[in-house]
Design a protein. Structure first.
Length: 140
């Protein structure tokens, strides 16, 4: 009972933070490119994430949002199967994003500003031959 209450409180607080968070600078300009399919593979709770994206009207930019309870790696595999292609790039700020891209043998671009371990992420990404960016404008 207590465990469930803690999980519900955590979930509620995460959702509040998602709803209040600023959009990353230049991200909307980057994501509005209609020529590419875009998906989300996240470690967050799937239904919660989908709801937040819908409320913030960000869901319109993505072809699918996949998250927990499946792992990032499983979600990427699912997306690749949907598209019947391995021609994909994972953008991420976590080591788990890098690992999920390696598990699925796809390209990766590390986004350093929001990483908890920016130097480690940059070093490990570059050692694997992947790019590292500090701003979305580097890709626009």
């Amino acid at each position: 009972m207590i465990k469930q209450q803690i999980l519900e409180l955590f979930s509620s607080r995460c959702q509040q933070l998602y709803l209040q968070a600023d959009i990353t600078p230049s991200f909307l300009e980057f994501i509005q490119n209609p020529q590419r399919k875009k998906y989300i593979a996240s470690g967050s709770a799937q239904e919660e994430l989908r709801e937040v994206f819908k409320i913030r009207k960000l869901d319109q930019y993505f072809d699918g949002i996949y998250a927990s309870p499946s792992t990032k790696s499983e979600n990427i595999k699912h997306i690749l199967n949907l598209e019947n292609s391995k021609n994909a790039i994972m953008f991420g700020y976590a080591i788990s994003d890098l690992e999920a891209s390696l598990d699925n043998q796809i390209n990766f671009i590390a986004y350093r500003p929001y990483s908890n371990v920016p130097d480690k992420l940059a070093t490990e990404s570059q050692m694997k031959g992947f790019s590292v960016i500090d701003q979305w404008t580097e890709l626009v």
